[in-house]
Design a binder for this molecule. Structure first.
Ligand code: GAL
Length: 416
């Protein structure tokens, strides 16, 4: 009797202390496709293993535009979630709003500076302090190809834009869709930045999308890139406008289409469908970009909240995200590579291994560039201005490339 009372007392005390630290951690993200959902489920599982509850705040819409709109209204109304997927220079904009939690305590305790590549750590800090924690590094300048489609069409996987049009013509002539595309502004911009990089190289790309140099934005080279970009439209299918990116990936997976220009979250869809790279599908750099790497780093910020239990939950979430176990399992599913340095890559496929090698070599060669389309190179207002111009041009058959380049300069200037 006495013993059982004692046991009861101990278990109640344990229960109480668990409850005191357990938090319902609300996490905003836009990972709703097959591969993305599998990836985020791993984070949920690991947070729950630390005794917390995961409150899912998923806002569908690739690229996160809708998610950001919903997040702004929640923060403005004084009710931010505990954590949100925010990345790139936008982290600085949120820092300016003075709504982010300072993660330096946990960052120092766990030695984040030594765990992260400099290019990643820099993005995570606001005024020298960690306010965000990275989950991965995505490469954007990929092309995904279905080898069966190429075989049927007698086409070769292209490495230059000239070769691309030769292959696309053959696939089209064989009665298949050459390019699987989802006509949404962020997807148009994703394809466009790969064309610019392939046509003009990393230095030009940086001048255009990081320095926002007017002469570069409206230059003969940019006009050439715009023409190539627009020409691709003729190789997409009539169902393209508005299509979600993962449905475009599905067209490559099931052999309806030959290629897709998309970051390596597309690989998450191939993986979720049980497909093997090199056999069922091919990953190659977008034409002309094999020596370049457009990076897109996903990260989470924590909002500054008073609730002590939630603060514990936030620290546990941040710590989980940088743990080797999470970085491995998440990125195996997501298609990206770990953000953390020196993790074994033996479980990763050849596309990820290539990405990891190229991330290091392009950083040395100065051909590692931030993705404009994924909010890594500019503030969101500038990105929006570029999106608008690029999408309007892509969808129009009357705007000339010269006029679009001119408009690009004006739209970017107006957004500053
Ligand atoms: C990107 C994000 C990726 C992927 C993609 C499509 O902005 O960084 O992780 O989810 O959108 O939703």
């Amino acid at each position: 009797m006495r013993i059982s009372k004692l046991v009861l007392g101990i278990s109640m005390a344990l229960g109480l202390s668990m409850a005191a630290h357990a938090a319902e951690v609300e996490v905003l993200h836009w990972w709703t496709s097959g591969g993305e959902a599998k990836s985020v489920a791993e984070l949920k599982k690991m947070l729950e293993a630390k005794g917390h509850q995961w409150k899912d705040f998923a806002v569908a819409g690739g690229g996160g535009e809708s998610a950001m709109t919903v997040l702004k209204s929640r923060v403005v109304s004084g009710n931010p979630p505990a954590a949100a997927q925010i990345k790139g220079p936008s982290i600085q904009e949120w820092g300016d709003e003075e709504v982010l939690a300072n993660l330096d305590g946990i960052a120092k305790a766990e030695g984040w500076d030594a765990l992260l590549p400099g290019v990643v750590a820099d993005v995570m800090k606001y005024q020298g302090k960690y306010v965000a924690v990275p989950v991965n590094v995505h490469r954007v300048n990929w092309m995904w190809a279905n080898p069966e489609v190429f075989k049927k069409a007698g086409a070769t996987v292209p490495t230059t834009w000239d070769e691309f049009f030769v292959a696309a013509d053959k696939i089209k002539a064989a009665g298949m869709t050459a390019v699987a595309h989802g006509g949404q502004p962020w997807q148009d911009a994703t394809m466009f930045e790969s064309v610019v990089l392939g046509v003009a190289g990393a230095e030009f790309y940086n001048k255009a999308f990081v320095a926002l140099d007017a002469q570069t934005l409206n230059s003969p080279t940019m006009i050439e890139a715009l023409k190539i970009f627009h020409k691709i439209k003729a190789y997409t299918d009539p169902g393209s406008p508005g299509r979600d990116w993962n449905l475009a990936t599905a067209m490559v997976i099931n052999g309806e289409a030959g290629m897709q220009f998309m970051g390596d979250w597309a690989k998450g869809e191939f993986t979720a469908a049980g497909k093997v790279p090199g056999k069922d599908y091919i990953c190659v750099a977008a034409p002309g970009t094999a020596d370049d790497f457009t990076f897109n780093i996903d990260s989470f910020v924590m909002f500054d909240l008073d609730d002590k239990a939630l603060q514990v939950g936030q620290n546990d979430l941040a710590s989980t995200i940088l743990s080797p176990a999470f970085q491995e399992i998440f990125n195996l599913n997501k298609g990206s590579i770990p953000a953390r340095l020196n993790l074994p890559m033996d479980k990763f496929d050849d596309c990820a291994k290539l990405s990891a090698e190229d991330f290091v070599s392009t950083a040395k060669a100065n051909t590692l560039v931030p993705s404009m389309a994924h909010g890594m190179s500019t503030f969101s207002s500038t990105q929006g201005a570029i999106y608008d111009t690029v999408t309007e041009f892509y969808n129009s058959d009357s705007i000339t490339a010269e006029a679009a380049a001119d408009k690009l300069v004006k739209a970017v200037a107006a957004a500053q």
